[in-house]
Design a protein around this ligand. Structure first.
Ligand code: ATP
Ligand code: MG
Length: 651
């Protein structure tokens, strides 16, 4: 049965350790498999191998993922790959000469006689016969993935003792058959076309062999991320980081230490080319790397675990996740402009969190992570970095208080993006994919690329506040660069610099304390890198939008795909108009809300984000918080659409 470690037991064990390094080693010991768990998995794999070989001669059941990659924890799922390559060729060579013979004799073919376990069950259920016929009829060379999965599911259901809840999931990115092993409670997956996962499993394993600090660091960060609600959704999917992506982030971090604690994937490939390991191309990707970690050059990085953990938080607390691609192959973060220029045809799906798979280079392993999770990750890292500077982290408490990792593991995160009662921060990512390839290329090449982008974002913010949300705004103050790189047909209105106050609000620019805080840790913004708006909101345009949007769609406006929370700019303008109409078109003497928004280019030279800080006028209370929460999701999407539209010459 699954052993679960209680938080109390963990706390107790950690408090007794001597220092943070010892605590981190404890974490591994407390979470890793016991010998019996390891054996159980081994037995299960052997059982599966035996049963499947009956049906698929020559097949191999190969475990991958956390059961074998060095990051096992009690009760983690059992990931299996069913390798049918040999079976396919057996079938191909057996079928051809025998088909004719079988037809003549009207007899079972030798392929079918392999199906004894199923035949032994004949009569056990009404569909046994049909299962039997699937087996003999299927041609692995031409069968579709769902067909093979159904077959695997049938074998699991009928012929593997102690397995239940079998379900084929053909629609997943990596199609699998899920199952549960009754006695142990183990959940497992069998996949049939996931050979790359075998390579990355081996890579993770290799890294644990290359440096003994890898395991304690990864276990600690996995648990921390789980406690903070950043990673490890037990059902998979969703906007959280998965364990694989988080592990790659830690490995990347170790590659980028000075001196490096791990080699880059490119360096490993070079070693392989020199003859030390296997050259392998899998699904078109070069997955070569050395066999033996002990033959690597001696590791000269001697940092303690305690200090590595603290540095991890510092590094990622300040990292521009949306503005670059984390490359384990190269062991560095590639700023998006460079990445896009050098890999023009890359299919990598860019998003708020970009981690390139070390082998399948077109795959962003964190593509599922949404803006909110990315921001929370960063916030939690900053909190972690701050805590790691305290004595409570570094020194064992002599009074029996929680110290070191214990406090780091306590859950509790501030709401994403909030700075406090007088300042609300929002991050607008660099979304170059909104642009056409031509415009993107021009933008990325511009010398003053960050400011060009910032100028676009500021125009978009003005448009969204004024035209989409019908706020009244003072003319934005500040000067983003208005000289855009020339774009064919670029219809963008340079809002900044136009001297036609369209506003009925005479407010002047307020320099808020929050605005100063934006740059608390970076250099002061230069000219062209900051902008402010003073705004008033007159209607509850942030409420009930979804309902109205649906009504509008019924009335015939084009429907966006179902995943999208918001429609086009035009639809969203109409939604606001409808809300205003419902409120009776009237406008009170006083606005519902007043606030200042201040935008700045992100802190470091390579930071492509726009930071937007809102400072509500005094006593706006929860109403402003509602508005801000709405903007967190809405504004970045609208900005992306506006930038995309203006760049393509629309208006
Ligand atoms: P755990 O099961 O404890 O969460 P795991 O590493 O086994 O950890 P799974 O989600 O079960 O994670 O995935 C199994 C394996 O599949 C991973 O170890 C990795 O090799 C591969 N994998 C998982 N997610 C991805 C992904 N997004 N991209 C590429 N490979 C992945
Ligand atoms: Mg797993």
């Amino acid at each position: 049965p699954r052993e679960q470690l209680s938080p109390e037991k963990l706390t107790q064990a950690l408090c007794q350790a001597d220092d943070v390094d010892a605590q981190m080693s404890q974490v591994v010991q407390l979470f890793e498999f016991s010998e019996s768990e390891r054996q159980l998995r081994h037995l299960l794999v052997t059982l599966f191998q035996e049963v499947f070989s009956e049906f698929f001669p020559g097949c191999a059941i190969l475990p991958f993922g956390s059961s074998v990659n060095g990051f096992d924890i009690h009760g983690c799922d059992l990931d299996l790959f069913l390798d049918l390559e040999k079976t396919k060729s057996f079938q191909a060579s057996a079928k051809a000469p025998q088909e004719a013979q079988v037809r003549r004799a009207g007899n079972r073919d030798p392929w079918r006689t392999k199906c004894t376990p199923l035949q032994a069950e004949e009569g056990a259920g009404p569909d046994t016969d049909s299962e039997d016929s699937i087996l003999s009829d299927i041609d692995l060379a031409t069968a579709t993935v769902p067909e093979v999965l159904e077959l695997v599911a049938a074998v699991l259901r009928k012929c593997v003792p102690g397995v239940h809840s079998v379900q084929a999931v053909p629609s997943a990115r990596r199609p699998v058959v899920k199952f549960c092993h009754k006695d142990s409670g183990l959940l497992g997956d069998i996949s049939i076309n996931n050979r790359l996962a075998l390579c990355n499993t081996r890579f993770l394993q290799f890294c644990t062999e290359a440096d003994e600090r890898v395991r304690p660091l990864v276990y600690t960060l996995r648990y921390w991320a789980k406690q903070q609600g950043l990673a490890g959704n037990p059902f998979g999917g969703g906007p959280l980081l998965n364990n694989y992506a988080l592990t790659l982030l830690v490995l990347f971090f170790l590659q980028t230490r000075c001196p490096p604690a791990l080699p880059t994937v490119a360096q490993l490939r070079e070693l392989t080319a020199l003859g030390d390991g296997d050259q392998a191309i899998v699904d078109g990707w070069d997955c070569s790397f050395p066999q033996d970690a002990s033959r690597l050059e001696p590791n000269t990085n001697t940092e303690s675990l305690c200090s590595l953990l603290a540095k991890f938080f510092c590094v990622f607390g300040d990292h521009d996740f949306a503005g670059c691609v984390i490359s384990l192959r190269e062991g560095r973060a590639l700023p998006l402009p460079n990445f896009l220029l050098s890999e023009m045809d890359s299919k990598l799906k860019l998003g708020p969190f970009n981690v390139q798979d070390p082998f399948e280079l077109s795959h962003n392993v964190a593509a599922n992570v949404n803006e909110k999770t990315a921001l929370r990750f960063q916030h939690c890292c900053r909190d972690g970095a701050k805590y790691c500077r305290s004595l409570q982290y570094q020194r064992k408490s002599s009074k029996g208080k929680a110290w070191g990792l214990v406090r780091l593991f306590q859950p509790g995160v501030p709401e994403a993006g909030e700075l406090g009662p007088d300042g609300f921060l929002l991050t607008i990512p660099f979304t170059p994919m909104a642009l056409s390839p031509g415009s993107r290329w021009q933008l990325c090449q511009a010398r003053d690329f960050r400011r060009c982008w910032f100028g676009k974002v500021c125009s978009a913010i003005t448009f969204v506040l004024k035209d989409v949300l019908k706020c009244s705004c003072t003319e934005p103050a500040g000067q983003p660069l208005t000289q855009e790189p020339t774009e064919q047909g670029g219809g963008e209105q340079p809002i900044v610099g136009s001297k036609h106050p369209q506003s009925d609000e005479g407010g002047s620019l307020v320099v808020s304390p929050a605005r100063k805080r934006l740059r608390a840790e970076g250099p002061a913004p230069e000219e062209g890198e900051s902008m402010s708006w003073s705004c008033a909101v007159w209607h509850r345009v942030w409420m009930g939008r979804r309902r109205i949007r649906r009504q509008l769609w019924h009335l015939g406006s084009p429907q966006p795909d179902t995943e999208q929370e918001a429609g086009s700019l035009e639809v969203e303008e109409k939604v606001s108009e409808a809300i205003i109409q419902q409120e009776g078109d009237s406008r009170g003497a006083e606005p519902l809300l007043r606030f200042t928004a201040c935008a700045q280019v992100g802190g470091s030279q390579e930071d492509t984000r726009t930071l937007l800080c809102f400072t509500p006028a005094p006593q706006q209370g929860p109403l402003f918080q509602d508005f801000y929460h709405f903007l967190q999701g809405f504004l970045p999407k609208m900005v992306e659409r506006y930038v995309g539209r203006t760049a393509e010459g629309g208006s």
